[in-house]
Design a protein around this ligand. Structure first.
Ligand SMILES: NC(=O)c1ccc[n+]([C@@H]2O[C@H](COP(=O)([O-])OP(=O)(O)OC[C@H]3O[C@@H](n4cnc5c(N)ncnc54)[C@H](OP(=O)(O)O)[C@@H]3O)[C@@H](O)[C@H]2O)c1
Length: 286
């Protein structure tokens, strides 16, 4: 029987793709977020209301919790108390709540737990970031024999009117934009994240795992690839070397799962977006 899944942070850049992906695959999916429903039955709940959250979890049974809630980099600086609560406390609240049950928590972490000056980063490397966001993400990582933490960087479209991601920023540009040639990463699309999570559930992956493409690339190359796949001929990308960092993650050997190349992932994301036009009107308006 297909497992029942709760996606927390379901309206986010990553959360909405994971929610839709599993629903369309026939899983029973419940969604929870703060302010924007993605399905009619999405639960709107502020995670800071711990009592209501606890009551909700007590009244419902889930096999898997995918925690996509987060306070991202800039908001973390602006609202440190909020960032510590959502990024660090909530994962451990969930871990403690489900400690004596079979429910598995899948926590999304970030390549931002590393400083970006000593790559490539293996899974057992001690995180060394100095950013506030990165520190809250380190604290929120779950490393136990039942749950799973996935470290990666993710990109993809926002759900309706969200406006906070790299992909969204690029897709809504015109004219000249900077592409950082010395910022290196091996991030994945939100769709690849969903597919990998399905593999991780089926293969019972636990502990801390890295996810990324086999070949790292620069942010300049990433933008060039998005431009090509999404035919954004109106954008011209200028190489820039102002910022330098390398967050390349070294992966475990996931037998039976082969991570797609950047171009393959973007082509699949393009198809995904075309198949869900009602969500992505902001990208296909003209
Ligand atoms: N975006 C990236 O570049 C990136 C890179 C590496 C790792 N990650 C990780 O990937 C995961 C998903 O990130 P994302 O980019 O999808 O983030 P996002 O688009 O900002 O989505 C965050 C989600 O969390 C929800 N949320 C925040 N505070 C909440 C609260 N108090 N109560 C209930 N829900 C709350 C948001 O709902 P509202 O919008 O209603 O507040 C939203 O649904 C995170 O763990 C992040 O750290 C992201």
């Amino acid at each position: 029987m297909k497992k029942t899944i709760l996606v927390i942070g379901a309206s986010g850049m990553v959360g909405h793709v994971i929610s839709l992906y599993f629903k369309e695959k026939g899983y029973e999916v419940a969604t929870l977020t703060r302010s924007q429903k993605i399905f009619k039955d999405t639960i709107l709940l502020d995670l800071k209301d711990e009592l209501t959250l606890k009551t909700f979890l007590e009244q419902n049974d889930f096999d898997i919790i995918v925690n996509c809630s987060a306070i991202l980099v800039h908001q973390s600086e602006e609202s440190k108390n909020n960032a510590v609560f959502i990024n660090s406390y909530i994962p451990h609240f969930l871990e403690a709540f489900y400690k004596d049950s079979a429910t598995k928590i899948i926590q999304l972490s970030s390549d931002g737990v590393f400083n970006g000056d000593k790559s490539p980063y293996e899974e057992d490397r001690k995180p060394d970031t100095t950013t506030f966001y990165g520190k809250t993400k380190i604290l929120g990582e779950l490393d136990n024999p039942k749950d799973l933490t996935i470290r990666a960087t993710f990109f993809g479209p926002n759900f309706h009117n969200g406006n906070n991601s790299l992909f969204h920023w690029f897709m809504t540009q015109k004219g000249l934009v900077k592409g950082f040639e010395a910022v290196i990463l091996n991030g994945v699309t939100s769709l690849e994240a969903a597919e990998f999570i399905e593999y991780a559930i089926e293969n019972e992956l636990t502990g801390i795992k890295h996810l990324g493409t086999s070949n790292a690339y620069s942010k300049y190359e990433l933008l060039q690839n998005i431009k090509k796949v999404f035919n954004k001929t109106e954008i011209q990308i200028i190489k820039d070397t102002e910022i330098q960092s390398d967050h390349t993650l070294v992966l475990s050997d996931y037998s039976g799962y082969s991570i797609k190349t950047l171009e393959e992932q973007l082509l699949r994301l393009h198809d995904w977006m075309e198949n869900h036009p009602q969500i992505y009107t902001q990208y296909f308006e003209d």
